[in-house]
Design a protein around this ligand. Structure first.
Ligand code: PHB
Ligand code: FE
Length: 328
C-alpha cells in the first residue's frame, strides 16, 4: 500500500491480539500482548507497551510540551508549536552516525488525533497510564476493553483562587479527592488569613501540600499560578518520569517533598551529563541543551517552574539567549 506522507491511516481489522495498526506519514505502529512496534523507512523499534502508553499519554495531555518528548532514547516528538516532528534516532548519536535517523514534520491536529486514536485502541480497561505502577492494573495481554475515562481525564480546575468564596471545595474525601496512600502523613491545616476591614473575602491562602496530596495522577504538572510568562506547575511523582524531556528552554525544579534522582543527558546525542539527587527543599535549574528523566522511589511533590515566553525557544536556538539560567 502506498501512503501519502502526512495522511494518517488505521486498519479497521484488528490483529490476532485484537489491536488495530496505525500509520502517520511513513511511520507505522502496531502492538501485541507485550510490545509496541514502530517502523519507518530506515528502521524499526520495539518498546514495552506500558512504557509506550505512559509516554503517549503525557505527549497528548501536554499537547507535545516544550521542546522534545523522547519516549525513550530512539523515538519521540519535537514541538514546533503548530507542527510537530515525529522522529526516530534523531537525537541518538549512533543512529545519526549510521544515517539511520528519520523525521517527519506533521501538522499538530493530525498527529494529535492519531496519537489519541492509538492510545484509545491500545489501552485496556485494566490500565491507567497516568497512575503509578502500584495503583494500576496491567497494560499487557490481548485486547480487553478500553479505559476512556482514565485517558481523557480533565484537570480539576478551580473556578477562582482557592479558598476565596465561590471556589469549588475540592479538598475533601467525599467528592472523589481522597488523600493518596503515600501522603496520609501530610499536615492538613490551612493558613489563617486575617484581612484588614474592607478586604474580607478578597484575600485567601491555601495549603498546597494538602491540595497536591490528593492528586491521583503522577508526572503531570498543572499550572497553578501565572504571572506574565512565569508558570508554577506542581505535580506528584512516583516511579519513573514516562518520557525523557529534551528542553528548548531553561526550567527550574523545587523539590517540595521526598526525593527524586534525575539523569541528565546531552539533548542532541544522549551522552550522559550528570546525575542530580534532589531532596526536599532543593532547587535546581535544568539548562536548555539537556534532556532529563526523573526517578522517584516514593511519591513526592515537585514544583516545576516554566517560562512560557513563546519567543524563548527561537532566541535560545539562535544563540541570542543563553542555554543556562544565570550568571553568577
Ligand atoms: C520535565 O520534563 O521537566 C517534567 C515533566 C513532568 C514532570 C516533571 C518534570 O512531572
Ligand atoms: Fe523537563
Amino acid at each position: 500500500m502506498s501512503i501519502e506522507a502526512g495522511t494518517p491511516t488505521s486498519s479497521t481489522e484488528p490483529n490476532a491480539e485484537g489491536y488495530r495498526g496505525f500509520t502517520l506519514g511513513q511511520f507505522s505502529f502496531r502492538r501485541d500482548e507485550y510490545f509496541a512496534y514502530i517502523s519507518w523507512p530506515t528502521g524499526s523499534h520495539i518498546m514495552s507497551v506500558d512504557a509506550f502508553l505512559r509516554a503517549m499519554q503525557r505527549d497528548i495531555a501536554w499537547d507535545f510540551f516544550y521542546g522534545i518528548v523522547n519516549f525513550d532514547g530512539v523515538f519521540g516528538t519535537m514541538n514546533h508549536y503548530g507542527t510537530v516532528d515525529l522522529f526516530a534516532g534523531r537525537y541518538n548519536d549512533s543512529y545519526r552516525k549510521a544515517e539511520l535517523d528519520y523525521s517527519e514534520n506533521i501538522d499538530t491536529p493530525i498527529i494529535r488525533e492519531q496519537f489519541k486514536a492509538i492510545l484509545e485502541d491500545w489501552t485496556n480497561q485494566t490500565f491507567d497510564p497516568f497512575a503509578s505502577p502500584h495503583e494500576t492494573g496491567p497494560a499487557f495481554g490481548v485486547k480487553n476493553g478500553s479505559n476512556v475515562d482514565a485517558i481523557t481525564r480533565r484537570r480539576v480546575a478551580a473556578t477562582r483562587m482557592v479558598n476565596l468564596p465561590g471556589d469549588e471545595e475540592l479538598r475533601n474525601d467525599e467528592n472523589g479527592h481522597p488523600l493518596n496512600r503515600m501522603f496520609l502523613d501530610v499536615p492538613q491545616d490551612e493558613p489563617l488569613v486575617e484581612a484588614e476591614p474592607g478586604f474580607e473575602g478578597q484575600l485567601a491562602g491555601f495549603n498546597l501540600f494538602n491540595y497536591l496530596a490528593r492528586s491521583q495522577v503522577t508526572w503531570n504538572p498543572s499550572v497553578v499560578s501565572v504571572c506574565k510568562d512565569s508558570l508554577f506547575c506542581p505535580t506528584t511523582e512516583e516511579y519513573i518520569l514516562p518520557i525523557i524531556h529534551g528542553n528548548d528552554r531553561v526550567e527550574w525544579f523545587i523539590q517540595l517533598s521526598d526525593e527524586i534522582s534525575w539523569e541528565v543527558e546531552d539533548r542532541d546525542t544522549g551522552t550522559m551529563r550528570s546525575r542530580v539527587v534532589m531532596k526536599a527543599g532543593d532547587v535546581c535549574a535544568m539548562p536548555a541543551d539537556i534532556r532529563h528523566q526523573g526517578y522517584s522511589p516514593k511519591r513526592s511533590m515537585l514544583l516545576v517552574w516554566e517560562n512560557g515566553d513563546p519567543n524563548l525557544a527561537d532566541l535560545i536556538a539562535s544563540g541570542q539567549a543563553p542555554t543556562y539560567p544565570a550568571d553568577f
